[in-house]
Design a protein around this ligand. Structure first.
Ligand SMILES: [Zn+2]
Length: 453
């Protein structure tokens, strides 16, 4: 009679784990015990297959240095850790008979695609790095132990993040160099319904706490600015009340520890990847920061419609009106509300005309004159970016909040925790992994990993 799997297990070296399943009192306990058994079974199975392969005759390769055939030096232990645990097995190693300095060679390792010093599966590193992208390193280590069966120190995860982050930076630098030499990046493949949506662009700056020069993690803070750019596609739906609702369909972010000049090529590279020149509509949404509007003019002036954040614009109007019509008076509020409505549903020119008339009066107090001049200059500078009635007709958003919150979320959520102080390289490596994750390119950084192990 053929033995059942249960009978095999009962008599195997997994008898103990099997018994734990058999005697589990509750369903939860049974699942937990079965999971322990399954992991042990994976390791046992792999060890047996590896031992069988190791037992096969070895065809020794030739020495890379002198060309002589390598000679066996007997068996040596190998260890490798994946998501289910640590595998240990033995295989033959050889050396050059002439004593060339090529070290020990294990043909089975090579056949398995195992690099000489690899002790950890790429899949495990990928998961650890993904956790570190989302939460602090010590928490990532605890979560990893909880979710897999493997203990890795926070420092171990940190070093994997440095290595992969460095790889991501090198890759980006190559693409930027190619772009500078006139070679555009390969466009991202977009679903037809995404490609048909308008492309919204924006940028913002966020301050991040760094260690003061040469300082230690607990020392003084040096705040440095990180520039973030966002490229998003929104779907617009009009509610029954007539209010438009925007749903994010796709978002790509770029970021750099540096100034706006450093952001520009990164933003342009990503814009090309998002096929900006084929987009049915391109919109630049931003608040009043002059540096940001310079990016708009220099990169996207001919391609995009600029929209100044509505709330920012009317806030500036209020600032002047407060001076002009005396603080919180009823008159100030009434006039501001009128101007606000004209800007939203009519034209900013109506507001400007009123301001010009007022400004022409000789009896103005100097402070009022100054406030009105400032407001006029501001509205004139952005006259082209204040056509909110047109935005309404064409289904475009008038607030840059969605862009700014993307910037804040990218940086704030991970880099501004209590007591955090970053070193420049530590920040950059993690930032580039976080960008890869936010842009759905994390997997390609770990492309050789199998999906699960
Ligand atoms: Zn040799």
């Amino acid at each position: 009679m053929q033995k059942t799997l249960m009978e095999h297990l009962r008599e195997s070296e997994l008898a103990q784990q099997w018994q734990a399943v058999e005697t589990a009192a509750t369903l939860e306990a049974m699942m937990a015990a079965a999971w322990v058994l399954a992991r042990a079974l994976v390791l046992l199975l792999m060890r047996q297959v590896l031992e069988a392969r190791a037992a096969q005759p070895v065809s020794w390769p030739h020495c890379e240095a002198c060309g002589r055939r390598l000679r066996s030096k007997g068996w040596a232990r190998r260890q490798w850790t994946g998501v289910v645990g640590t595998l240990k097995w033995q295989r033959r190693v050889g050396r050059c008979p002439s004593g060339c300095n090529i070290g020990q060679v294990a043909p089975l390792d090579r056949a398995l695609g195992l690099e000489a010093y690899a002790r950890t599966s790429v899949g495990l590193k990928e998961r650890a790095c993904l956790l570190a992208v989302l939460v602090p390193f010590d928490l990532a280590a605890r979560l990893l132990a909880r979710l897999t069966a493997v203990e890795v120190s926070a420092g171990g995860i940190w070093s994997w993040v440095q290595a992969r982050g460095c790889q991501a930076i090198v890759q980006l630098d190559k693409e930027l160099a190619r772009l500078a030499a006139g070679e555009p990046p390969a466009p991202e493949v977009l679903a037809a319904e995404v490609a048909a949506l308008p492309l919204m662009l924006g940028a913002d700056g966020v301050k991040v706490p760094f260690r003061a020069h040469g300082g230690h993690p607990g020392g003084a803070i040096a705040w440095r600015e990180v520039k973030v750019g966002v490229l998003a596609r929104f779907d617009q739906r009009v509610q029954e009340s007539g209010k438009p609702v925007f749903t994010l369909k796709q978002r790509r972010v770029v970021a750099v520890l540096g100034n706006i000049e450093a952001l520009k090529p990164r933003l342009w590279l990503e814009a090309l990847r998002q096929s900006i020149e084929q987009a049915p509509r391109v919109v630049w949404l931003s608040d009043g920061g002059t540096g940001l509007w310079r990016v708009f003019r220099e990169l996207f002036g001919g391609l995009a419609t600029g929209i100044l954040d509505f709330y920012h614009a009317v806030q500036n109007v209020w600032k002047a009106v407060k001076v002009w019509k005396d603080g919180r008076s009823r008159r100030a509020r009434t006039w501001w509300q009128w101007a606000r409505r004209r800007m939203r549903y009519g034209t900013v020119d109506d507001v400007l005309v009123e301001l010009y008339v007022e400004r022409a009066k000789e009896s103005l107090r100097p402070a009022v004159r100054q406030a009105l001049e400032n407001l006029c200059a501001y509205l004139e500078t952005h006259r082209e970016h204040l056509d909110y009635a047109r935005c309404r007709r064409e289904g475009l958003p008038i607030g840059s909040g969605c862009m700014e919150s993307a910037c804040k979320w990218l940086i704030q959520q991970r880099f501004k925790g209590v007591g955090m102080r970053w070193s420049e390289s530590g920040f950059n490596h993690l930032l580039h992994l976080r960008l890869a994750w936010a842009n759905e390119r994390f997997d390609s950084l770990f492309a050789c990993a199998s999906p699960n192990l």
